[in-house]
Write a protein that binds this ligand. Structure first.
Ligand code: HEM
Length: 449
């Protein structure tokens, strides 16, 4: 076995400072990775963000780590993330329990199940865009409000405005910023505030669940679907088998929070990058607009977009994939070795943190010619397996893919059919957060087409 090359940098901080500074640059961690890959090859060790870690890249590493055969790896969340999401979250469970939770949670996120939320998403997109006219719009902030209203309504039929929405939003923001904070559980710290906000969010869910159980309120939302799969956590053996198709209160709440945390920043960032890339690539915008104007033109009578139209937008889907490739919103996927294993001739020891460098895969010129170009046509033909990881791959592939695409397709339809926009700032730097987002929130000015 070869010894893993690399440099673990300074005591305590390792190479964290250069990692963070590269992360915030327009190219993200790509140059951090390239410098080390040139020096050491596709596998190297480093010490970043408080962890000794091995970075690896390439389709083979991607296949081995993401298919995670025989429980070889588990997800590697930060301590604070684990505490905030709870012990029964999809993100903190592994193996058979993870499979079971995914099956139960995945059902209401299937394309068929999403149909009932379409009208809400459509109306909200039209309404949101109508407020953009003639003013400076910070796209990231607007996208964040839009996606949070969608998920709040989907999960628990929350009205898009009003006191409950405000409470939900305020608590969620605090939880979200505590997710990767320092593990200091003392008053005043982000972690402490995050746990308090989590308690308030769970109290809100408890009161909704109670009303639903009493039959006081009946809705057709995600929570209602999950409540049908709900168990009170009996220890009775007879019931145990029956309960394998059920969720306990904690599982229900931990996983609702998980969907919020995993689905909100990612969809917000995707929508914002998509507008930014369209603004920088007028020929792509033109082609995209043609697809949508054609859809609109074929429509007789009814003013609104329909469910079948939204499921038939081939060019828009390529634009979404190209956005996720070029922006690589989650630049690395983190895993923990659950046992010793060998990869590319190197031995990885049980317990090590192993990160898949996705940004280098998405910018590999042997897979994506001229990788810096924003070119949706590269998705005209099927790609080699494990080369495009916008929504991941394998047993942990994103279960929210259909919802994310639905929100983006609906929003983009109304945007490009009715409006045009100009960027107001050229700063390309990126926020130093786990999910890559433009630092300036992408300010634009909007006019009617
Ligand atoms: C454009 C938007 C989105 C992007 C780019 C995205 C991307 C991803 C990626 C790359 C992964 C795999 C990470 C890994 O393997 O380590 C993932 C997992 C996940 N995503 Fe998404 N996601 C998006 C939207 C959503 C939405 C809307 C939801 C929920 C409503 C969601 C829920 C989840 C969950 C729960 C996981 C973890 C799955 C598991 O561990 O089994 N995502 N996402």
């Amino acid at each position: 076995m070869r010894k893993i090359p690399g440099n673990i940098g300074w005591p305590l901080v390792g190479e964290t400072l250069s990692f963070i500074s590269e992360f915030s640059s327009p190219f993200g961690i790509l140059s951090f990775m390239h410098k080390r890959q040139q020096r050491y090859g596709k596998v190297f060790k480093t010490y970043v963000l408080g962890r000794f870690t091995v970075f690896m890249t390439g389709r083979e590493a991607s296949r081995v780590l993401l298919s995670g055969k025989d429980g070889m790896v588990s997800l590697n969340l930060f301590y604070t993330g684990k505490q905030v999401l709870g012990p029964t979250s999809l993100l903190t469970t592994n193996g058979e329990e993870h499979k079971r939770l995914r099956r139960l949670i995945g059902d209401p996120l299937s394309i068929d199940a999403l149909k009932k939320y379409f009208a809400f998403i459509n109306d909200l997109a039209i309404e949101t865009l109508s407020t953009w006219l003639g003013r400076k719009v910070l796209v990231l902030e607007e996208a964040s409000t839009f996606t949070l209203k969608v998920i709040g309504n989907m999960i628990m039929s929350l009205e898009p405005a009003g006191e409950e929405q405000e409470k939900f939003r305020a608590n969620f923001k605090i939880i979200s910023s505590s997710f990767a904070s320092l593990p200091l559980k003392i008053p005043g710290t982000a972690f402490y505030r995050g746990l308090k906000a989590r308690n308030r969010m769970y109290a809100m869910l408890d009161s909704i669940i109670l009303k639903r159980r009493d039959g006081e309120v009946v809705c057709g939302d995600f929570l209602q679907t999950l409540l049908r799969k709900h168990a009170k956590g009996s220890t009775d053996e007879e019931e145990e088998k029956y309960n394998s198709n059920k969720l306990t209160d904690s599982q229900l709440k931990d996983n609702i929070l998980t969907l919020l945390v995993a689905g909100h920043d990612t969809t917000t960032a995707a929508l914002t990058w998509l507008l930014k890339f369209l603004g920088e690539n007028p020929e792509v915008l033109q082609k995209l607009r043609e697809e949508h104007i054609e859809i609109q033109g074929k429509r007789s009578g009814s003013r609104h977009l329909t469910w079948s139209e939204v499921n038939s937008m081939p060019y828009t889907n390529k634009v979404i994939s190209e956005t996720l490739r070029k922006a690589t919103i989650l630049p690395w996927f983190s895993r923990k070795a659950a046992e010793d294993f060998v990869i590319d001739g190197y031995i990885i020891k049980k317990g090590w943190s192993v990160n898949l460098d996705v940004v280098s895969i998405h910018h590999d010129p042997s897979i994506f010619t001229n990788p810096e170009k924003f070119d949706p046509s590269r998705f005209n033909n099927p790609l080699k397996p494990f080369s495009f990881l916008g929504f991941g791959n394998g047993p942990r592939m994103c279960p929210g893919i259909n919802l994310a695409k639905l929100e983006i397709c609906v929003f983009i339809h109304h945007l490009v059919c009715t409006y045009k926009w100009k960027p107001m700032d050229k700063d390309d730097s990126v926020r130093a957060m786990l999910v890559r987002m433009p630092k300036n929130n992408y300010p634009i000015i909007v006019e009617k087409l």
